[in-house]
Design a protein. Structure first.
Lengths: 334, 334
DNA sequence: ATGAAAGCGCTAACAC
DNA sequence: GTGTTAGCGCTTTCAT
């Protein structure tokens, strides 16, 4: 494998000049630039990136911490991150944490070891077991919640939940169930807050028994639907904390002979692509997922470049999309 | 940040000894080992992995080339890869190619640049646009097809397709439709071959109009179902080339008032987790996805270590699972 | 078992 | 604009 020294000999130029020709071509004469380029081609010289990174102490890479790579929702954010990172010359490494703190630790260590310059975390901040923020590790939290103690990009979860539950209330629904995420999850908490606020503002009493805990995954929506069906008095509408569970609930009710939206209204959260394809199409909240990824990457790279160093927070607008899964409350039906 | 030199000073031992204490502890006296360890803790010394990789010319990392990170199917293989890679001390980097040759090129260059030691490709080999195998780049193809010109791990796609279609035929079906993957995809080709063989062995004529091209994704199964519904004579069974499309087809038919398996039998391929949760549960082929990932990683790491260098091929057994989506052909129904 | 010393391939002052 | 040179932090002979 040819080294910079070989190119130097071949061209009778110093290694310094070769190096500059590659990294700061504007500071090398055109004539020598040409000579270098032909020599590089001739020797099939490829810079040893390891040496380069080692020497310049910058990895030109960022790590994305994702709880679950099989989740379409995260995939879109990652795409956003990747598009801006690549454009800035950064590799993006994906680290699946599966919610495990020790895995997270491993990846964060990679940036401490200079294998990456910073990390974007796709899990919301949880006080008791968050490894970030960390001294010397540039990091930003994408799709985070309120009060994240480091730079973050998110939407107003409380407001979005408030909006969608209000929609249900305006449709005449009073018994509104919820299929939540894991109880202690920050997103669950914030969306619950919005739900509660909407109820309160409309003088509807909160009924804890109408809250069924899910885990944001499909099958938990299925199970939840069954629980609702078995209740003495099934709610006339259900606020699901994401689309996967909403889709599952629709399916579950359908199989039990309960029609959406005729018999029960259902709302989602996230606006997955499929949510438009299924029947009935899902009423939901659309997040600017890809944009969130892009912005996160921009912020992180800015931090790495030594610009914006202090904790920033970007709140993106969401979109409330009324489709077919919600309808007016009809007394006789329930 | 403390360096190995700092530890050396702190302990009054040479850097060489410190290095050995970390990498070949058996060649250092227990006494000094203890001294080194306490010094390391005291100084909070963390080896600079970049320097280490640079010096030892091995990245201790492998790249997984995946067409689509949002695909559960790939996710499971990646998990298999990761578990054995990590155990062997290798990082695994995930590179999403989106089927783009230039993206693939970028990642392969990473291993040429010594940022990774090898690559595992999750897309099957296609002669005209495959960048692998490549001189000096250790690579293995996971979930590949026949005639992959480099080390590969796969199942017998032809046999599996033959098996599942035969099952349909044994149930009395004669008009058997197929929802395929993209026409030129190697998996499509092999599964088609199995379908054709099963037909032939049972003296059923092949009818090209019964083949609807999909793209392995959910929505394409939905569209295909509609096409079948609009046919003059809808088949009584459909062989889908993966579970996603089968699930979609079931859903599509359901919405159009066609029941599975009463009115039409449907089979899948892959055995996704959800395929067990939906109603009717899917008759399908289960692949040892995770095992395929594990074996691929083992082979690659062996290659990197300089053991098995020549092209290997592992064919894993698949599992044929009969569940609820297939039933006997009943004349009156169609 | 340990230490001394020579680099790995590259970049970045600094001098010219 | 170009060359010289001194390392980056680590591993690895080779003596001892």
């Amino acid at each position: 494998m040819a080294t910079i020294r070989d190119v130097s000999k071949e061209t009778n130029l110093s290694t310094g000049t070769i190096s500059k020709a590659m990294n700061r071509p504007e500071r090398v004469s055109q004539k020598n630039l040409d000579i270098v380029h032909t020599a590089i081609k001739k020797l099939n010289y490829k810079p040893n990136m390891l040496a380069k990174k080692f020497r310049s102490k910058t990895a030109n890479a960022i790590i994305v911490l994702v709880p679950d790579i099989a989740n379409l929702f995260f995939a879109k954010t990652i795409r956003g991150i990747e598009s801006v990172a690549r454009r800035a010359g950064y590799d993006v490494l994906i680290g699946e944490t599966k919610g495990s703190v020790s895995k997270e630790e491993e990846f964060i260590r990679m940036v401490e070891n200079l294998l990456a310059d910073g990390v974007i975390n796709l899990s919301p901040y949880v006080k008791c077991n968050s490894l970030l923020p960390r001294r010397g590790v540039f990091s930003v939290s994408a799709n985070s919640c309120e009060e994240t103690p480091y730079s973050s990009v998110r939407i107003d979860n409380v407001g979005a939940a408030y909006k969608i539950v209000s929609h249900l209330i305006n449709l005449g629904h009073k018994r509104i169930g919820v299929i939540s995420g894991l109880r202690e999850n920050p997103h669950t908490l914030e969306r619950m807050k919005g739900y509660l606020m909407a109820l309160k503002d409309n003088n509807i009493n909160f009924d804890q028994s109408l809250v069924v805990e899910g885990d944001f995954r499909y099958w938990s929506g299925l199970i939840a639907a069954e629980k609702f069906k078995n209740m003495e008095k099934c709610p006339s509408a259900i606020f699901c904390m994401n689309d996967s569970m909403a889709l599952a609930a629709i399916r579950g009710f359908y199989d039990m002979g309960i029609q959406v939206p005729q018999d029960i209204s259902i709302t989602g959260f996230d606006d997955l692509e499929v949510s438009r394809y299924i029947a009935p199409q899902l009423t939901t909240i659309a997040l600017p997922t890809e944009k969130i990824g892009e912005k996160s990457a921009e912020i992180l790279i800015d931090m790495i470049h030594g610009n914006e160093t202090d904790c920033q927070e970007y709140v993106f607008p969401y979109e409330f999309i009324i489709r077919e899964s919600t309808a007016n409350y009809i007394k006789s039906k329930t």
